[in-house]
Design a protein around this ligand. Structure first.
Ligand SMILES: Cc1cc2nc3c(=O)[nH]c(=O)nc-3n(C[C@H](O)[C@H](O)[C@H](O)COP(=O)(O)OP(=O)(O)OC[C@H]3O[C@@H](n4cnc5c(N)ncnc54)[C@H](O)[C@@H]3O)c2cc1C
Length: 400
């Protein structure tokens, strides 16, 4: 095993280089801090995801220097609408907009995660090790000694960004506060032809399942299916998928011609861990997994990254004690994450009600329900945004 890199001790080691990890590394790199960013996978890589990003997420991406147009012409696939389909009838909802950012967006994770990683790598003080997972970690009181597949490094602070099952958190003995396995998710990529302009994410409500269809290219759709285990098994059995594809075509106007194998299964549980302990900061799914039906996981991972980086910059650049900055991160992270979780639960509740009580709901004034849903969503998203603003996440140019 190779021992230590040219830099004997890094300021921060970030474990996991997906959305949350790359965000932290970019912001720390921007502040000139020495960062080791590692991931067990090599990039670009796919990851099961519905690939929808909220307007708050779009705003954070732009703050990181990733504009909509830099996502390789995908600006044409912006959407601001959700069409919720049940038994052939649609209910239209607007994705909550924010000042300055009116649309949500659909981007393939293959592309998004790679762009985020490129951004982190562009800072000379950020060193990336791909294809190297964390095998062991020991806190010697002063430094974390991190053993990767082929290397051993030391770091003053540790950021845990290795996703919902976080083996790093387990190795550090950071307990799960809650971890209920409830739902499962798969996603895959479909190529085909759109018979009309598709301006929305379509959500097809099936018994025990929600099917999210997000355009991530003019001839490319991501299909993400979330639900209970039995219903999911049935969808992937024999003929059922072609029946589903016919329904997708009827609802969205997108005729699927070929599709990839599902990009792995994502188990959707309500993982919750403490976001901070000692000199360790947890971010993204490692600290809390949002149900993908809310479409807030990427936004959550980005936001955690901003909050965590702001705390670490205070400590490493401005000499603030970690004993102060850590609990402040914890407090902000919980407020941010609770807001997005609330939005997620409301979305899920809405989807369930719409599946069960569509007829009764249709007796009410739908436009009233739409306005109410939009208002509630915008209020909650603005609260989450306020936590980021308070932490100084946005530069003045992007604040208006
Ligand atoms: C089916 C499904 C659909 C979804 N749809 C949406 C959606 O439409 N919109 C949305 O916003 N969110 C959605 N999500 C949620 C979203 O994908 C996650 O919330 C988001 O990816 C979390 O980012 P993260 O960086 O925290 O973790 P992850 O993206 O899970 O990344 C963790 C990284 O850590 C690496 N890693 C793991 N172990 C180690 C180790 N030991 N050492 C080094 N590296 C390691 C992994 O390789 C990975 O790159 C969906 C999720 C699922 C499962």
């Amino acid at each position: 095993m190779q021992n230590l890199d040219s830099r004997a001790v890094y300021d921060v080691a970030v474990i996991g280089a997906s959305v949350a990890g790359s965000t932290v590394a970019t912001l720390l790199g921007r502040a000139g801090l020495d960062v080791l960013l590692c991931d067990k996978k090599n990039f670009p890589r796919n990851k099961p995801c519905g690939e929808g990003i909220s307007s708050l997420g779009v705003r954070m991406l732009s703050e990181l220097g990733i504009t909509e147009s830099s996502l390789s012409g995908r600006e044409k696939n912006n959407y601001g609408l959700y069409r919720i389909w049940s038994k052939g009838k649609a209910f239209v909802l607007r994705a909550p907009s924010l000042r300055g950012v009116n649309t949500a967006m659909g981007v393939r994770r293959l592309l998004l995660d790679d762009k985020l990683l490129e951004r982190a790598k562009s800072f000379p003080s950020v060193e990336l090790l791909e294809g190297q997972g964390l095998k062991a970690v020991v806190d010697d009181g002063r430094y974390y000694v991190v053993t990767l597949d082929k290397q051993e490094i030391k770091a003053k602070y540790l950021v845990v960004a290795d996703g919902a099952y976080s083996h790093t958190a387990i190795k550090l003995g950071i307990p799960l506060q809650h971890g209920k396995l409830s739902r499962f998710g798969y996603s895959y990529y479909a190529k085909g032809k759109a018979k009309k302009v598709i301006d929305s994410v379509s959500v097809l409500l099936e018994p025990g399942l929600q099917v999210f269809c997000t355009m991530t290219g003019t001839e490319e759709m991501t299909v993400s299916i979330v639900g209970n285990k039995n219903a999911l098994h049935q969808v992937f059995a024999d003929e059922a998928l072609s029946v589903l594809h016919k329904e997708i075509e009827l609802c969205t106007g997108f005729a699927i011609e070929e599709y990839s194998a599902p990009a792995g299964a994502g188990y959707v549980d309500q993982i919750l861990r403490p976001p901070y302990r000692g000199r360790t900061f947890l971010v993204g799914d490692a600290v809390r997994r949002m149900d993908p039906a809310g479409g807030m996981g990427i936004t959550h991972a980005l936001g955690c990254g901003f909050l965590c980086a702001s705390g670490l910059v205070e400590v490493l650049r401005r000499g603030r004690s970690c004993a102060e900055a850590g609990p402040e991160y914890e407090n902000r992270q919980i407020r941010f994450s609770d807001s997005l979780a609330r939005l997620t639960y409301i979305n899920l509740l809405g989807l369930t009600c719409f599946t069960r009580y569509r007829f009764m709901l249709s007796l009410l004034r739908l436009s009233f329900l739409q306005h109410l849903a939009e208002h509630v969503s915008r209020t909650i998203l603005s609260r989450a945004e306020a936590v980021l603003v308070q932490a100084g996440a946005f530069s003045s140019s992007s604040r208006n």
